[in-house]
Design a binder for this molecule. Sequence first.
Ligand code: G3P
Ligand code: CA
Length: 269
Amino acid sequence: TDKAPVSGLPGGFMIIGHRGASAYAPEHTIASYELAHLLGADYLEIDLQMTKDGHLIAMHDKTVDRTTSGTGPAGSFTLEEIKRLDVGSFFNRLHPENARPEFENVRVPTLEEIFKHFGTSANYYIETKSPDEYPGMEDKLIELARKYSVIRNEDGKYPGLILQSFSSKSLKRIHELDPEIPLIQLKKYKEQASLSEKEARMIGRYAAGIGPNFEMISEDYVKKAHEAGLAVHPYTIDSEQEMKKALEFGVDGAFTNYPNRLAVLLGRK
Ligand code: G3P
Ligand code: CA
């Protein structure tokens, strides 16, 4: 086959529960991660922001406006302040078909709380968001991952922890701190994506794979990445049609808000 073995990423196809199972529960809440786990996700995808007092929290946006009852940059809140916000009600308002009373009034989880909750029973796929604005973010992340022993998981089939970022600087810092942790270089292409041998080689110096936006990649892109030994994990694939196409392209995993759909398609459920 064309596919070269991908270094650092053993195991089968990876179902990555995007922000948990965020089609069914408020993103980046313990409820969303629990559901992802239950619905067959191999990984819980977590985006990280950092509070004013240096705590890593699970949140996608730089501001709390979209997903919580508050307003302003996440980094302008202390942890105590951010814990006063409701991060569940927005989901019930926007998705009445999947709304549940228990989603109201849920709190923003810290990364430490997530590690405490799931321990090594889950695998984590964590993104450093806006790392330039949060100096020391990578060091704190590695420190916590070591404290809760999540770098290696129980069954050994998948790596317990994969880290991802759009920032190559952030990934290189992590690679310096712990070269054993598989890293994924995220990419957001505005037009049809191409991957030169040179670029793939550069990425391969610190990363095990690449995470492009699915709508801009082709089978050839996946082939080029594989020839360079890079895994491909596109985001965010929600329809059965896109999932089938991604599998035809031969990708190695995918981010989805509907882990159950991918699990069914893979014949796991
Ligand atoms: O991390 C993969 C994908 O989630 C990147 O986009 O904006 O959803 O974090 P975003
Ligand atoms: Ca993400």
